[in-house]
Design a protein around this ligand. Structure first.
Ligand code: NAP
Length: 281
């Protein structure tokens, strides 16, 4: 497979590199090194969050690289325990400070907080965009109804919903809504937190394309209209491999064969302690 350039996914409201680096659970030097490696293999999209405790490391890595700030699509997410306009505004100022940037490209509310008023939250995100602290706003972990409400309440376009999306959790209803309405779906845990790597069908399909299971899972996701992926990796070889997933196209038949909704294999829906661990992601 040849080295590939990462395409951009465009809607009426935003243009986003189709693959970014996820940084959940990467802190300090590990986060710094992963961001440097990702930029060095050509990734130009970084995903962090207030809750990841790594904004400073992501920002430092970006500043120390020879890639210009304006060439990188930088996303952060507001900790949803911030429920008032003031708390959200303060938290965004804190993010920009830790990241060492004047603005981010995308600001998301990380989870719907049942005790927060959605109108206040969407107002605060919209205000951050109006103040120039972010180019775009979006949400994360929202279902169709809540996403629809959020879009009505915001005074600026809600450009994406960042959600769990992989071959065992294809989000048919939500994806259909996003495609119809021109909203991006940013796929988190696109490798099912590693579970896709040992999947027999992904391995089997990959043989005909000379592709690894990870590449097949990522290409499965990015062949959907309006979908952007943010796999996490600390390995330069894996980052380059993931980038090169754009170098082949799955046939309709193979694409359909890969899609296998399974609650048991949906890492983030697994019951027990993993769910608790999963919440900050
Ligand atoms: P993931 O990207 O599905 O899987 C990450 C795992 O896959 C790592 O262990 C990584 O190990 C491995 N990997 C990556 N590329 C590989 C390759 N080519 N070959 C073999 N192994 C490979 O998991 P994730 O971190 O849960 O999700 C990605 C990102 O989505 C997060 O980091 C975060 O930014 C975001 N996210 C957001 C939310 C939310 O609530 N909004 C929730 C979860 C995640 P190596 O380091 O060894 O490559």
């Amino acid at each position: 497979m040849t080295e590939t350039t990462i395409p951009t996914v465009e809607t009426d409201d935003a243009a986003v590199p189709a693959m970014g680096l996820g940084t959940w659970q990467l802190t300090d030097q590990t986060a710094y090194d992963a961001v440097r490696a990702a930029l060095s293999v050509g990734l130009r999209h970084l995903d962090t969050a207030q809750l990841y405790d790594n904004e400073w490391a992501v920002g430092r890595a970006l500043a120390d690289s020879d890639v210009a700030r304006e060439d990188v699509f930088l996303t952060t997410k507001v900790d949803p325990t911030n429920t008032s306009r003031e708390a959200i505004a303060d938290s965004v100022a804190g993010s920009l400070d830790r990241l060492g940037v004047d603005s981010v490209d995308l600001l998301l509310i990380h989870w719907p907080n049942p005790v927060a008023d959605l109108e206040t939250v969407m107002d605060a995100l919209s205000a951050a965009q109006e103040r120039g602290q972010t180019r775009h706003v979006g949400v994360s972990n929202f279902g169709v109804d809540r996403l629809d409400r959020a879009r009505r309440l915001a005074s600026v376009p809600v450009v994406t919903n960042q959600v769990l999306f992989h071959p065992f959790h294809p989000q048919h209803e939500l994806l259909d809504y996003c495609q119809r309405e021109g909203v991006l779906l940013t796929a988190y845990s696109p490798l099912a937190e590693g579970a896709a790597l040992s999947d027999d069908v992904l391995a089997d399909v990959g043989r005909s394309y000379d592709a690894t299971p990870a590449q097949v899972a990522l290409r499965w996701a990015t062949q959907h209209e309006n979908v952007v992926v943010i796999p996490k990796s600390t390995s330069r070889a894996h980052l380059a491999e993931n980038r090169d997933s754009f170098g082949f196209t799955l046939s309709r038949r193979d694409h359909d064969r890969i899609t296998r909704p399974s609650l048991l294999r949906t890492a983030r829906l697994a019951v027990g302690s993993r769910l608790r661990d999963a919440l900050p992601g």
